[in-house]
Design a binder for this molecule. Structure first.
Ligand SMILES: *Cc1c(COP(=O)(O)O)cnc(C)c1O
Length: 373
């Protein structure tokens, strides 16, 4: 069995967690701030606020920006549902726009065309680790006085011209579920240069407590979105190896490019663009336009029969039943997203995938495609 993803946990990680378990400070102790400082230094933002998931981080970003029922936020339908759900939690309306078929990221021209008097923000997602065109999006935000929430949950370590994904908007969010580049088991991080916004997020994650008030004083409605010291210690230890992880993932990306480069009917992800360093989250190939969704599903089935973990990344958000019902969205609304989503295959991808495993995946994939022809 070759798993789709696998966390990279070593003895130093285990010792870091064990060390916390020997103290009485399992939460709200020193490990949280230590992890936050290390991450803000890495990404290059003034602040980092640790939370218990990427979804929690996105939710707090939406609240902290003061987005309210009836406001519109422009975002992508080609993403993990959390990037749109965070808007629904606050009755903010997601306005979906289609993606660029080359990058799979939100198309800036489509974003600008979707701006209305009710638009308050743009929520771009750096899909699979590939950076969005933040220069174009920031220019649009500036022209129309919009905030940017960067969903960088798939892109920790991605840079453009040395600048980290997640650090260009008003606020950015990372996630540490075990299939991400690094993990805390469950966890997330909000990053921002805005002092007031960071303070508000710290309060909101901790039951609405003011940072300097007493334990039972709650000036606002908040949540328990805290990250434990156990998880933070793991995060700090993992972050210390993030550059090694990114290099290892690029090596697997290159192995796949080599092994699958000549397979007819298959489109491989392009390498980094000019000035980009991509921290790959997953390795997703696409079948040609000549194939249909059923063909892709047949290939997924064949790979699984060979013991190879794989998935159809993503199912379009606008076609999830609760989304399409609430916002009257249907198939055909975002043709590029739908066409791409019908043909994707996420292949096994993690730091320690071997050349032999990549070869086995390639063999299985060739055989499955051969059966379709
Ligand atoms: C992983 C991910 C999130 C956050 O996921 P959590 O499981 O809540 O940590 C958000 N957006 C995208 C695009 C993601 O891939």
């Amino acid at each position: 069995m070759i798993p789709l993803s696998r966390p990279d946990i070593d003895d130093a990680d285990r010792r870091a967690v064990e060390a916390v378990l020997r103290t009485p400070s399992l939460s709200l102790g020193p490990a949280g701030p230590a992890f936050e400082t290390a991450l803000s230094n890495y990404v290059g933002t003034r602040h980092a606020v640790a939370v218990n998931s990427g979804t929690s981080g996105l939710h707090l970003a939406v609240i902290a920006l003061g987005l309210a029922p009836g406001d519109e936020v422009i975002t992508t339908p080609f993403s993990f549902v959390a990037s749109a759900n965070c808007l629904l939690f606050e009755k903010v309306r997601p306005v979906f726009v289609d993606i660029d078929p080359a990058t799979l990221n939100i198309d800036p021209a489509a974003v600008e065309a979707a701006v209305t008097p009710r638009t308050r923000a743009i929520l771009p997602v750096h899909v699979f680790g590939r950076p969005c065109d933040m220069a174009a999006l920031c220019a649009i935000a500036e022209r129309h006085d919009l905030a940017i929430i960067e969903d960088a949950c798939e892109a920790l370590g991605t840079t453009v011209g040395g600048r980290h994904a997640g650090s260009s908007g008003r606020v950015g969010v990372f996630a540490f579920y075990p299939n991400k580049q690094m993990t805390t088991g469950e966890g997330g991080m909000i990053v921002t240069d805005d002092d007031a916004l960071a303070r508000l997020c710290r309060s909101l994650r901790n039951q609405g407590r003011a940072t300097d008030d007493g334990w039972l004083q709650h000036p606002r409605l908040g949540f328990n979105y805290r990250l434990s010291d156990i998880a933070s210690a793991l995060g700090l230890s993992q972050l210390g190896r993030i550059e090694t992880f990114i290099t290892a993932r690029q090596r697997v990306f290159d192995l796949y490019a080599e092994a699958l480069g000549d397979v007819a009917g298959l489109r491989l992800p392009a390498g980094p663009g000019h000035d980009e360093r991509i921290s790959w989250f997953v390795y997703v190939v696409r079948l040609d336009e000549t194939f249909r969704r059923e063909d892709r599903d047949a290939v997924l089935g064949a790979l699984r029969e060979d013991g190879i973990g794989c998935r159809d990344y993503f199912q379009p958000i606008h076609l999830q039943p609760y989304m399409s019902d609430q916002f009257s969205l249907t198939a055909g609304d975002f043709p590029v997203t739908e066409s791409v989503a019908d043909r994707t295959l996420a292949l096994p991808f993690h730091n320690r995938l071997t050349a032999g495993e990549v070869a086995a995946v390639a063999t299985s994939l060739r055989r499955a495609l051969g059966r379709l022809a």
